[in-house]
Design a protein around this ligand. Structure first.
Ligand SMILES: *Cc1c(COP(=O)(O)O)cnc(C)c1O
Length: 355
């Protein structure tokens, strides 16, 4: 019995992606070879990474003449270090919305001067802080578009600052309608909404790439070198990129507009249920609520125990909240169906009949 996976990552993927990936593990494109053993220099894999690259940019509404897409390794976490290593010369601005942005800050501080220009730390990261106007002499402004742990999400991005904008979109890339062309660099570990763990998406504006620090010592940490080598400076994560391609094809066939509408329906259904019952306490402020990760606590232990038992009964999996926030976190990534969310809200409704 397939469980309904509300886990925060690695994420649920469409069943067709699991099936096609499984087939490719046994025999990739009837070549008599597994996707796990083909050469990353083979024609077949070159076609895979080429299609993944162009499909990703197409779905993001970006032109290949203006942006370049890379499939790297090391997760979003390596990007925390690579970004300052390549672009921090004088000082950089960071918006502090919790753990992931703080990890990005802590790596950047090892490279140069960092200023926190907005933070919601005092309020337990329950909302997205507003940004006062910024002077224009920062090398870049970094933010985390969706805060996986707290369930907060930017619904509007800083505009008109003239500062290059960089975003960690690990947990909400291609999940909501968004103008990606407002960003100079976007990165995301694949495992939250794109594919299996392994590859990391980095999309960079070509004009911004020209600002890469020429004194970089390490080739493997240099974006220009990765672009020159077409993401093959070292052996890429062949399987993760292939499965991500299958998911990108699935997204395109659904159309992003339909995905976005569905994601809104899913999140609205769950938030409406959470708001209905006074024994449930959503964590994030209403104006900053995430459509991808929905966090809440339940006030009575007995209600929580009952809810846990219904989740068990209905094969609802992966709801445990992050240890920093506690309670529950329902991650409604693209492949999770509206029906699965209905099953979750029905479990909550059933608990309420006993309250
Ligand atoms: C999970 C997550 C990360 C860490 O990603 P890794 O690929 O494991 O390094 C970074 N940022 C956000 C927003 C995340 O959700």
């Amino acid at each position: 019995m397939k469980k309904l996976n509300f886990g925060a990552g690695p994420c649920i993927l469409p069943q067709s992606v699991f099936e096609e990936s499984a087939k490719a593990v046994l025999d990739f494109q009837d070549q008599g070879l597994s996707i796990l053993e083909i050469s990353h220099r083979s024609k077949a894999f070159e076609a895979v990474i080429e299609e993944a690259r162009s499909l990703l940019l197409e779905l993001m509404g970006l032109k290949e003449s203006e942006y370049v897409a890379l499939f790297l390794q090391g997760g979003a976490s390596l990007q925390f270090a690579m970004i300052p290593y390549n672009f921090l010369k004088t000082k950089a601005a960071y918006i502090d919305t919790g753990v992931w942005s703080q990890k990005a800050v802590s790596e950047a501080e090892k490279v140069g001067k960092v200023e926190i220009v907005a933070s919601s730390k005092k309020e337990g990261f329950t909302h997205i802080p507003s940004l006062e106007s910024l002077e224009a002499d920062y090398d870049y402004l970094h933010l985390t578009s969706n805060n996986t742990i707290y369930g907060t999400q930017f619904h509007q991005f800083p505009k008109g600052t003239n500062i290059p904008l960089i975003a960690d979109m690990s947990s909400d890339i291609l999940s909501t309608s968004r103008d990606y062309s407002a960003f100079d660099l976007i990165y995301a570990g694949a495992q939250k909404n794109i594919g299996p763990a392994g590859t990391t998406i980095v999309v960079i504006k070509r004009a911004f790439l020209e600002k890469v620090n020429a004194l970089n010592k390490f080739k493997i940490l240099n974006y220009t070198e990765h672009v020159k080598a077409d993401s093959m400076l070292n052996t890429p994560t062949v399987f993760s990129i292939y499965a991500s391609l299958l998911n990108l094809r699935w997204l395109k066939s659904k159309t992003l507009a339909a995905i976005y509408t569905e994601n809104t329906k899913k999140a609205t259904l769950l938030y409406d249920t959470l708001d209905r019952y006074n024994w449930i306490h959503p964590y994030a402020h209403k104006t900053s609520r995430s459509q991808m990760n929905i966090t809440f606590t339940i006030s009575e232990n007995s209600h929580a125990e009952l809810f846990d038992s219904y989740c068990n009964k209905y094969d609802i999996h992966g709801l445990k909240g992050h240890r920093l926030v506690g309670g529950y976190r329902a991650s409604l990534y693209n492949a999770l169906t509206l029906d699965s969310v209905k099953r979750l809200t029905e479990a909550l409704d059933e608990v309420n009949t006993h309250v």
